[in-house]
Design a protein around this ligand. Structure first.
Ligand code: PSU
Ligand code: MN
Length: 303
């Protein structure tokens, strides 16, 4: 349901009109999650994976105050090479960016909003935001979780980011009624880390099985999305032990440097990148490609 504030690209628009599969993509991962030029290369590579699988990619952003579903190559290149001027835009940021005609890159929450407005049901990303470590004190809970509770979009990811408190994140998702599916696993994947100690609600072993869960979810007529967690390949996974060692120092430095609010996730991602000498970036890129591939297959089966 295109609205006045939303531009759907001609390619995406045509696919939606014909009932063809479309996969939404976020853009904060490009501006705040990866350095240039890897961000631009990855953005084009994942769009290609989606097209090669028979679906159409719809990368989302806010450009000059307009919500975008589907970007041109030039727009992707611009965002990737002008990361500094891109506001990280979650649900709360959309109104002021729109009113002021600003540029912003979309988080999981705002991508879900744009996808739902455009009529796109499947969205692929790297990892979602969640309940931060120490949230008992800080109240830092990503708006991604509330969005999953209310917006009817399926998010394919490699799990909540391991920088979070995964136990509390799972509790929160349960409270909010979000179905969490493990793709080929009963254990919750933790983004860079293939497997964690937490269990998922249900396991699915094929794109068709996932598509059936999505249809059942939306036939209920209640609000909300579904989280599909797809473990990163074994050969690409970081170990829980190495991540925990890095996180211990990172959380101390983060506190002493006074990093707060929406800067936290990008700061921790960058810290892991440096501490692993680029291995976490390579993992991030691989898991994203993996998720995009799965999302495109699910979209084909869903349509
Ligand atoms: N991936 C990254 N870096 C990021 C994000 C993803 O490598 O910054 C973004 C995602 O868009 C996710 C968001 O939705 O972080 C969550 O941020 P917050 O915890 O501030 O809601
Ligand atoms: Mn936060």
């Amino acid at each position: 349901m295109p609205s006045q504030c939303l531009d759907i690209s001609p390619e995406v628009s045509k696919a939606l009109a014909r009932g063809q599969p479309v996969v939404a993509l976020e853009s904060t991962i490009l501006s705040h999650g990866m350095p240039w030029p890897e961000n631009v290369e990855t953005a084009h590579a994942v769009e290609k994976i989606i097209r090669d699988t028979g679906a159409v990619p719809a990368t989302t952003a806010i450009l000059k105050g307009r919500l975008k579903a589907g970007l041109s190559e030039a727009e992707i290149d611009y965002i990737g090479s002008h990361s500094q001027e891109m506001h990280k835009a979650s649900r709360r940021d959309l109104p002021w960016l729109m009113a002021k005609g600003e540029n912003g890159t979309t988080t999981v929450a705002s991508t879900m909003i744009i996808a739902a407005k455009a009529g796109i049901r499947i969205f692929a990303t790297g990892g979602i935001g969640g309940v931060h470590r120490g949230a008992q004190e800080t109240f830092d809970i990503s708006a991604d979780l509330q969005e999953l509770a209310r917006t009817p979009v399926a998010v394919v990811c490699a799990g909540p980011k391991i920088i979070l408190d995964l136990g509390l994140t799972m509790e929160y998702l349960e409270t909010m009624g979000v179905t969490v599916v493990g793709y080929g696993t009963h254990k919750l994947p933790g983004f860079y880390v293939r497997e964690t100690q937490w269990a998922v609600d249900c396991r699915a072993d094929s794109p068709v099985e996932v598509a059936n869960i999505l249809r059942a979810r939306w036939s209920l007529g209640v609000d909300g999305g579904v989280l599909i967690t797809n473990p990163v390949e074994k050969s690409q996974s970081l170990t829980l032990e190495e991540v925990e060692v890095i996180m211990e120092g990172a959380l101390q430095d983060m506190a002493s440097e006074g990093v707060t609010g929406k800067a936290i996730t990008p700061w921790l991602i960058k810290r892991l990148h440096e501490a692993t000498r680029g291995r976490s970036l390579a993992t991030n890129i691989e898991l994203l490609k993996n998720n995009v591939q799965l999302a495109a297959q699910i979209a084909c089966d869903y349509c």
